[in-house]
Design a protein around this ligand. Sequence first.
Ligand SMILES: [Zn+2]
Length: 223
Amino acid sequence: MTNSLALPIDSHKDIYESCISNLHATTKKKFLDNLDYFIDKGDEFESKMIGNTLFNTTPVSSVGTITTHEMVYLYTGKLSKLGHPARVFYDRLRSIPANGQCPLCSVRTVTTLDHYLPKADFPVYAILPINLIPACRDCNTDKLSETPTTHSEETIHPYFDVLPDGIYLHANLIKTKPASLVFFVNAPSPWGSVLQSRLKTHFRIFNLNKLYVVTLPFFEPVC
Ligand SMILES: [Zn+2]
């Protein structure tokens, strides 16, 4: 259901500096004046991921005179913009899964980047590489704008979460005509209740029940 990924090789600082490289001089200076702040926020994000406390992050919509619009524009108008020098970082992030497979559903092909913390609510992380997960279009759009209030409500993060060995995805055979296999999450009890909840959250938010369901048109169930 989910695949772990290697961490991005490009630094937040390199991406930030590339994104602002061709801004108007006045705007560029505003961003440069706040470079250390953005780097600190990126380091804080990583520490919280490792400490399982990212849910306890207060949205930061603006930094001094830098507006939400300007921060989000670094992603939409620079990092992801075809032809912009920073686009090489976007393409490198998108190519992290060696097989091109979306790590959020493990089925479809990567076409975009998904913000783990949404840029609309957390624009300060709009171009933070560890907040940018290679994803298929459907996973990116299916994700609801739910804000987790506990670690149990967070989806799986492919850069930081490594699942133990074991089976957590199961299916029920529904004996209708046609029959079908309907999948659900039930992790081994040693994995703990938090990971169990997070896997169920991930399954629900990305609508994986609809993606995984299998119809068996030629199967005649014995009732
Ligand atoms: Zn996907």
